[in-house]
Write a protein that binds this ligand. Structure first.
Ligand code: SAH
Length: 271
């Protein structure tokens, strides 16, 4: 910890799920654990079945229009969120305006893509409610009238929203001031900040094919090395062991650009 005192209230995450035990263990390691212990974040896991009214605690039903699988019903989800927020969200006749400091996020393969920019935005909220879908998904009225956002963590389909919710929680938590030991560190990471690459001739030459559009790009992190200096004959780049900080910085920047071009050329192309 840095010894700096942060005055913000802790940020609250609510995870709404039919599998509350899923989160056991997942919140008990590393940065997320420390952030909870330091009360930078407060995580509440809400069992969706508490908001069912029938003997079988039914959360799903067959899809209108036919087809495979089951769909999560709207009533338990609306009521779970309303109980957490402490007020009704309304109905078709009159909907309550959402609280601008609270995000109600539906995890969905059909959502907008989650990225570092969105994580940074969430880190400024007081509260993030994460709704975990299951089966074929969730009644669309949840996306339309309950959630403030519908978010996907990537172009693939998982069996539930619990892993995606954990992923969002982790990415947001490490951006909360004080959560990382070293305050500067999230700035220098992959996607940390848009970099202006113009004016560095030696770097621009590496970007020959992108020369006309090299401003305001996201870069991936530079490669990291630790001891041993030589392992199975593979050596750590000489420059990193020389102690010349300017040279090291230059190497890291060039290596970050090279790696971005190799692994994520899309980040360097025009927006
Ligand atoms: N029929 C849906 C997939 C349902 S998967 C479709 O084709 O889009 C069941 C649940 O898993 C979803 O409701 C969602 O909460 C979660 N899920 C699956 N893939 C996801 C992804 N890429 N991002 C976020 N949530 C996802």
């Amino acid at each position: 910890m840095t010894g700096i005192v942060y005055t913000r209230n802790s940020m609250r995450f609510d995870l709404i799920t039919i599998f509350p035990e899923f989160f056991t263990g997942a919140l008990e390691h590393g940065i997320v654990r420390r952030a909870r212990e330091a009360e930078l974040i407060d995580v509440h896991v809400q069992d969706l079945r508490e908001f069912t009214k029938d003997r079988h605690r039914t959360v799903d039903d067959r899809p209108f229009g036919g087809g495979e699988g089951m769909v999560l019903k709207p009533e338990p989800l609306f009521e779970a969120v309303e109980s957490l927020l402490g007020h009704r969200v309304g109905d078709a006749a009159a909907q309550t305006a959402p609280d601008p400091r609270t995000a109600i996020v539906l995890m969905s393969a059909a959502g907008k893509l989650f990225d570092q920019e969105r994580a940074q935005r969430y880190a400024r909220f007081n509260r993030v409610v994460l709704i975990c879908g299951r089966y074929e998904g969730v009644d669309e009225r949840v996306a339309e009238h309950l959630a403030t956002e519908e978010i996907s963590i990537g172009d693939f389909v998982l069996s539930g929203g619990e892993l995606p919710a954990l992923l969002v929680l982790d990415a947001v938590t490490r951006l909360i001031p004080g959560a990382l030991g070293n305050e500067a560190s999230s700035q220098n990471e992959s996607f940390g900040a848009r970099q202006d690459l113009r004016g560095k001739a030696e770097i621009e030459s590496q970007l020959a094919s992108h020369e006309s559009r090299v401003t305001g790009h996201m870069l991936l992190d530079f490669p990291h090395y630790t001891r041993p200096a030589e392992y199975r004959g593979w050596k750590v780049p000489e420059i990193l062991m020389g102690g010349n900080h300017a040279e090291v910085a230059k190497w890291r920047r060039a290596a970050a650009i090279e790696k971005t071009r190799r692994n994520r050329p899309d980040l360097l192309s025009a927006e």
